[in-house]
Design a protein around this ligand. Structure first.
Ligand SMILES: O=C(O)C(=O)COP(=O)(O)O
Length: 460
């Protein structure tokens, strides 16, 4: 593991010695042991052979290794970067990998003249200006569920710890005081857990909680199939009124900002507990402090905050969040430094998954799984089609584009073509037969000059 505070560490291995994407995933070794299997043509971007990637926030070494195996140059850092640092550095990179702290703002995207793709090595993508990225032709990939088990397990531990005032007792022992008591300490069996947001984490948690004998209610904006004996309730208010524990698993959106505020906290049962491992802005913390001080709530576990430090060792104080010392002073409040998804298992899986999506986009143009982009993919080019070229054309979604592009392609046979749109952005992929190597650059130049062009890449 990289130590906190280390600067960017730069590594690359030569493309000639590295295994290609297709070697690994359609697998020459598989073909070797299975002589009937055909290995597709391996594609390379025609105009940026030396792809440079910046990985921030201590992204797993699995990702570093996977990128290096494709010959990419990787700069890795344990820290997040500020907007100013990013603006200064991002211009040299073709891809960036971040977790939940680094903000990719419009200003950063404007400075990112070479940037082709953003990988969020986490679930959340609220830290990226997704629409500006899409308009700049930059797809954003994330890992929609690989850390959900880790978060669900943490929530179970917090339910038990809050219910038994575990952190209070453990703190007293650490500071030399014996304080054995049962008052206000409960089993969780038979208690009601209210899950707000029944996605990958909420539904996983629902199963774990039932195995502890809890009754599970959930609220979601769409009707969903309840797992086990869980029951969907039609309003947040009903959930708050009936639950002994309320846990939040919603994304950061304008609609979820301060979703739990004074009014909602007043709707909770007296003696209930609140758990937030979702996003800091979902809970109005001064209102939570009030609900805890008045003893309406019996405790809270908080893992995420409106402002979080960018590196380990940095202070978590009132300068960062004005209420931080007030929150720290309240008994039976468990504060953790955004560790919900921080397990070896989750980080390894996320590293593999997001590096694969980013690599697939860079080397084959596929946007399957992108969160801000039309999802387009083409089947591989057969090995005998050596002079086939793949066109990846991101453009403004307006009439007449396909006619213009297909006019340019008319001297060639279009082997396959697929196009889709999402809002203002459209993406066309096409495989063109028998393009002589000397025509490849002019083909790219012609398509790039069409009036709706955002980004045209050719892979050959
Ligand atoms: O997956 C998420 O969205 C998380 O909140 C975890 O973020 P992290 O990778 O720990 O910065």
């Amino acid at each position: 593991m990289a130590t906190p505070g280390t600067s960017v560490v730069s590594t690359s291995i030569s493309p000639s010695t590295s295994a290609s994407f297709h070697d690994r995933f359609t697998s020459s070794s598989f073909a070797f042991t299975n002589p009937g299997v055909r290995v597709p043509k391996v594609l390379h971007p025609i105009d940026n052979d030396d792809l440079k990637l910046l990985l921030l926030e201590n992204i797993s070494q699995e990702a570093v290794k996977a990128f290096q195996a494709h010959g990419f140059h990787v700069d890795h850092s344990a820290k997040a970067m500020s907007e100013d640092e990013l603006v200064e550095k991002i211009g040299q990179y073709h891809a960036i990998g971040i977790r939940s702290k680094t903000k990719i703002t419009e200003r950063v995207i404007k400075a990112a003249s070479k940037l082709l793709v953003i990988g969020c090595f986490c679930i959340g993508t609220n830290q990226v200006d997704l629409s500006t990225a899409a308009r700049a032709g930059i797809p954003v990939f994330n890992s929609p569920f690989s850390n959900s088990r880790s978060v669900a397990e943490l929530v179970i531990s917090e339910i038990v710890a809050l219910s038994r005032q575990l952190f209070e007792r453990a703190y007293e022992m650490r500071t030399g005081t014996w304080n054995k008591q049962s008052k206000g300490c409960w089993e969780i069996r038979g208690k009601t857990l209210g899950i707000v947001g029944y996605g990958h984490i909420g539904s996983q948690l629902s199963v774990l909680a039932e195995s502890f004998g809890m009754r599970v209610l959930f609220h979601d904006v769409i009707p969903l199939m309840p797992l086990g004996q869980a029951r969907q309730v039609d309003s947040l208010e009903t959930l708050l009124k009936e639950s002994d524990f309320v846990t939040l698993h919603v994304p950061e959106l304008p609609e979820t900002t301060n979703m739990i505020s004074e009014k909602e906290l007043k709707s909770t049962k007296k003696g209930a507990y609140l758990i937030n491992n979702a996003r800091g802005k979902v809970v109005d913390i001064p209102a939570l402090i009030e609900a805890l001080r008045s003893k309406h709530l019996a405790g809270a576990a908080i893992d995420v905050y409106p402002a979080e430090p960018g590196a380990n060792g940095a202070p978590f104080d009132d300068q960062l969040n004005s209420w931080s010392s007030a929150l720290r002073s309240i008994p039976n409040v468990i504060l953790t430094p955004h560790i919900g998804g921080s397990t070896e298992e989750a980080q390894r899986m996320i590293g593999e998954e997001v590096s694969m999506a980013v690599t697939r986009y860079l080397t084959s143009g596929s946007t399957l799984g992108a969160v801000n982009f039309p999802e387009v993919d083409l089947r591989a080019i057969a090995p005998e089609q050596m002079n086939n070229v793949r066109i990846c054309h991101v453009h403004i979604n307006q009439p007449g584009v396909l006619r213009q592009v297909n006019d340019i392609l008319s001297p060639y046979n279009v082997e396959k073509q697929y196009s889709d749109s999402k809002g203002d952005i459209a993406y066309l992929m096409a495989d063109i037969a028998d393009v002589s190597p000397r025509d490849v650059n002019s083909l790219q130049a012609k398509i790039s000059k069409t009036n709706a062009n955002i980004l045209t890449r050719l892979l050959a």
